[in-house]
Every structure is written in structure tokens, then in C-alpha cells.
Write a protein that binds this ligand. Structure first.
Ligand code: AMP
Ligand code: MG
Length: 331
């Protein structure tokens, strides 16, 4: 079975083609275009306009790159949510048009679950991980329990990527700011005290963001501030992830989302895993960030488990939560 997946929850628009091959996911192509605002954060309508410009070519190019013909595609999948309404609608509209044109079924999938499934689908031995999903808008610790992907902990305010980007903006870094903050943090020497807020299993970042901005106004060294932001936020993420692993008695941990590119975050989670005798996994970078291949792969899993969707019911859902998905493809 071959599926073309379209991702469009936020700043990225992507088209990817994957094949179900011996119970694993074989990626044929995975193309992405990223909207980068000239200033400020993501404006949903402008991001959607960006996606409209690129989606048709991305689809054509992903078919070309996969070296296949449209006629061999069995299924179209799209990101149903969660995400920004205008962006989701653009991706879904493209998926519907394609489904009707080449007369193949369509299926809408949960973006967060796709981040987890692509790890299981592409990484050898990654079978039942706790996922630490760290992206711009989303920050969740997710694991499978009793028929659903349950959220064991999550941000109560902003996503970790958003926290980094917002701080980056106050010091005039270009979006996305995470990579630049990582570079600055490498040169930091002094740890500056920052709020470490874990409430139950949930995390809050906005207090820390305000405190970091205050340090900057007071003229503290930027490298020290970036270092302290990373140490504090990543420690909190690692702590919640470890607690979810202990609670669910799982011995695998998987990273996903754009912030998973950060070497310090990887290092911290890896050390935690090693100390628990657990396995640590990170998908390839292009499968970590928002991408069409992961959407396609989850589409295949759902379709093969018997789930069907009519074009007239292929709605988007901006607030589509991870734990709303009935996981029919695993036990
Ligand atoms: P996503 O929303 O999953 O596409 O991820 C985008 C987010 O990842 C943005 O907030 C970026 O700032 C962040 N990001 C990308 N690379 C890094 C990095 N090396 N360190 C920290 N954050 C990063
Ligand atoms: Mg994402």
C-alpha cells in the first residue's frame, strides 16, 4: 500500500509518499516548504497563503521524487489537527481535490499521533515508546495505554519551541530561533536561576520566559541566559518524561518535533534513558519536524485497520487532541 500524506498544521506545508513494507514504513519522498514570517510570530492567514502557493508543486514534486506514477497511490492522508484553522483547511482542501481527481480514498489523521507512529514505523526496535514531543506549538509526553495514546504531561501555556522563539525575538534573532539559541547556549558558563514550574505532570514556560527577558533587560550575558533557559526547560521536560516512563513501566523513549534537533535536549533524555536501562530513539531530522511522510504513514495504519472517511466528512479539527483518537491499529 502506498500513501501520499499532506501536512499543514502550522508554518510547514509538506507532501510525502510512503509505502507499507513488511510492517515498516518506507519513505519514498518527503518534501517541505516552511513559511518564515518577516517579523513577529506566525500569522495564520499568511501561513495558509504560503501553503496555497506551494502545495500543488509539492505534490507533483513528491510523486516525481518517489519515482512513481499517480496511478499507484492507494490513499491520500492529511493532517486533520491540531493546528491553525486556515493552514489545516488549505492542506485538507488539497487532499480532497486530489482524492476526488485520482479517485482514491482520503483519511484525516492526528498530527501528534503521527509524530509517534513515524518513530515506531521507521526505527528498528522502537515498539512501545514514551514520546517526548517538543515542537513550536505543542509540548506533550505521550504514551500508549489501554487503546489510546494518552497525554501524561503537557505544557499549560506555550510550547517549548514557542518559548525559545519568543525569547529569540526579544533579542532580534531570526525565526526559528531554537538553533541560534542552542549555539549561544554552548558558550554560556554561568547558570542563572529561572522558574522551574512543573505542576503535577504538566509544565509551564511563560514565567521562565518573563524571567529570562528580565535578565536580558538587566544586561546579563546573553550566552548565559540561553544556557540557563535550555538547562531549565530541558530538565523539566526530561523529568516529566522520566516520570511517565516510570508510571507506564515503559523502557523506550522517543523524541519528536522540531526542538528534538537540539543536541543538549537529546543528551539529557539519553542520559535519563541510560540511567533507567531504557532505549533512546530519535527519528531522522526530516521525520522529526512536521512532514508529510508521517501523515502518510499514520494514514496507512488507520486505513489498514479498517477506518474509512468520506470526502464530505473529511473535516479539520483545530483542537483535535491526541487522546481523542481511537487507536484501532495496535493492541
Ligand atoms: P516544529 O513546530 O515541530 O516544526 O518545530 C519548530 C520549532 O523547533 C521552532 O520553535 C524552532 O525554534 C525549534 N527548533 C528547531 N531547531 C532547534 C534546535 N536546534 N534547538 C531548539 N529548538 C529548535
Ligand atoms: Mg509537529
Amino acid at each position: 500500500m502506498i500513501c501520499l500524506g499532506i501536512e499543514g498544521t502550522a508554518h510547514s506545508i509538506g507532501a510525502g509518499i510512503v509505502k507499507f513494507d513488511n510492517n515498516k514504513c518506507k519513505v519514498f519522498s518527503n518534501l517541505i516548504k516552511i513559511y518564515r514570517p518577516k517579523q513577529g510570530g506566525i500569522h495564520p492567514r499568511e501561513a495558509a497563503n504560503h501553503h496555497t502557493i506551494y502545495i500543488a508543486d509539492l505534490i507533483k514534486d513528491s510523486v516525481k521524487k518517489a519515482d512513481i506514477d499517480f496511478s499507484v497511490i492507494d490513499l491520500i492522508a492529511f493532517s486533520k489537527g491540531p493546528g491553525l484553522g486556515p493552514c489545516l483547511r488549505t492542506a485538507a482542501t488539497a487532499a480532497r481535490a486530489l482524492s476526488l481527481t485520482i479517485k482514491i480514498p482520503i483519511i484525516g489523521v492526528n498530527h501528534c499521533v503521527a509524530h509517534l507512529e513515524i518513530g515506531r514505523g521507521t526505527i528498528e526496535k522502537c515498539e512501545d515508546p514514551v514520546l517526548l514531543y517538543t515542537s513550536g506549538a505543542n509540548t506533550q509526553v505521550i504514551a500508549f495505554a489501554e487503546g489510546r495514546y494518552r497525554v501524561f504531561g503537557e505544557t499549560l501555556d506555550i510550547g517549548i519551541g514557542n518559548c525559545l522563539d519568543k525569547f529569540g525575538r526579544t533579542i532580534n534573532l531570526d525565526f526559528p530561533c531554537g538553533p541560534k539559541i542552542e549555539e549561544l547556549a554552548l558558550k554560556g558558563k554561568k547558570y542563572l536561576e529561572l522558574p522551574y514550574s512543573i505542576k503535577g505532570m504538566d509544565i509551564a514556560f511563560s514565567g521562565l520566559l518573563t524571567a529570562a527577558e528580565q535578565y536580558n533587560k538587566n544586561g546579563e550575558d546573553l550566552e548565559d541566559i540561553c544556557y540557563s533557559i535550555q538547562e531549565t526547560t530541558f530538565a523539566a521536560l526530561t523529568e516529566v518524561t522520566e516520570r511517565a516512563m516510570a508510571h507506564t513501566e515503559k523502557d523506550q523513549v522517543l523524541l519528536g518535533g522540531g526542538v528534538a534537533a537540539n543536541k543538549r535536549l537529546r543528551e539529557m533524555v539519553k542520559i535519563m534513558a541510560e540511567e533507567r536501562d531504557a532505549e533512546f530513539f530519535v527519528p531522522d531530522k526530516e521525520l522529526c519536524i512536521d512532514n508529510g511522510a508521517m501523515i502518510a504513514w499514520l494514514g496507512i495504519l488507520m486505513y489498514k485497520s479498517g477506518i474509512r472517511m468520506k470526502v464530505e466528512n473529511s473535516f479539520i479539527d483545530q483542537r483535535f487532541r491526541t487522546d481523542m483518537v481511537d487507536v484501532t491499529w495496535r493492541d
